[in-house]
Design a protein around this ligand. Structure first.
Ligand code: ATP
Length: 275
């Protein structure tokens, strides 16, 4: 069984106050894009996750263990192989996307796990997993666990510029606190998401920790992006293009000049997915 795990971009990300549990309130419109990891799940000798590109414990292994425990599924051992294309620790939610895709695979394989249980499991695995359970466009509130599906947008192009630099999400949030970038709960509640495209409150924190981001932002602007911004907690930079073909052309021009650049488009949500 195979499943795609699409990366996400934050079309906007507005930071609110820190909650008692240490997580931050936020408001974000997240868009899945066509830059995807790929998961294959097979019956194996034991439950295992194979992903040579990620060192240390894999979130997919945690998803598998949590799924078995919550559902009591005692089906055959599962081997999950991951082909990693989403840059790691880059603000594109790759680990969360993989864990969400693993939950989809396990629900299909076992016939167990209703939407509510999957959402609960996802939220416990990490703050971005619930938003990735159904790829598409979503509005996210709370600390990532309050997810509302949105309609697919008009086509647009995304230029992805991975900086090659890994940034820890926790470190970026700590820096955002130090710089007092958060808004009050009242300010956050008053925001209108559709008017926020291109705004990322974490940008100054990511820039402080990874100054090379400034070069990537300039590169995306010079390439013709309508908007250039840090993706999530960084250090990836994205350029948004009204015309998807322009985004693809910009990426291939940059690749010709030796820049690590990728082109992507919105990944269709469930309502518009073929079949
Ligand atoms: P966030 O969802 O906070 O934006 P990110 O996109 O910055 O995260 P990820 O690529 O999801 O970062 O990885 C964050 C950390 O999670 C990495 O340091 C990595 O070691 C660990 N990790 C565990 N499993 C995975 C996985 N399947 N893919 C990527 N990273 C993983």
């Amino acid at each position: 069984m195979r499943e795609l795990a699409p990366a996400k971009i934050n079309v906007c990300l507005c930071l609110g106050p820190r909650r008692d549990d240490g997580l931050h309130e936020l408001l974000s419109v997240m868009q899945s894009i066509t830059l995807c990891d790929e998961l294959e799940m097979l019956d194996g000798q034991r439950d295992e996750t194979v992903c040579p590109d990620v060192e240390g414990p894999n979130l997919v292994a945690a998803a598998l263990a949590a799924f078995r425990e919550a559902t009591g599924w005692s089906g055959p051992p599962q081997r999950i192989e991951i082909v990693k294309r989403i840059p790691v620790a880059a603000g594109m939610g790759g680990g969360s996307a993989d864990a969400a895709a693993a939950l989809r695979l396990l629900a299909r394989r076992s016939g167990l796990g209703d939407t509510r249980l999957l959402l609960e499991l996802a939220a416990a695995l990490g703050s971005d997993v619930a938003s990735q359970l159904r790829p598409g466009r979503v509005l996210v509130r709370g600390a990532g666990e309050v997810v509302t599906a949105l309609a697919d947008p008009a086509p647009f192009g995304v230029l992805v510029l991975p900086s090659g630099q890994m940034l820890s999400t926790a470190a970026v949030y700590r820096e955002a606190d130090r710089l007092a970038l958060g808004r009050t709960a009242e300010e956050l509640a008053a925001l209108e998401p559709s008017a926020l495209t291109g705004i990322n409150d974490l940008e100054a924190a990511a820039l402080a920790l990874a100054p090379s981001i400034a070069t990537a932002l300039a590169c995306a602007r010079e390439a013709g992006a309508t908007r250039a911004m840090v993706c999530g907690s960084g250090a990836t930079v994205i350029g948004l293009f009204d015309d998807p073909l322009e985004g693809a052309r910009a990426a291939s021009r940059l690749v010709d000049h030796g820049v690590d650049a990728r082109a992507a488009r919105p990944f269709p949500g469930a309502a518009s997915a073929p079949g």
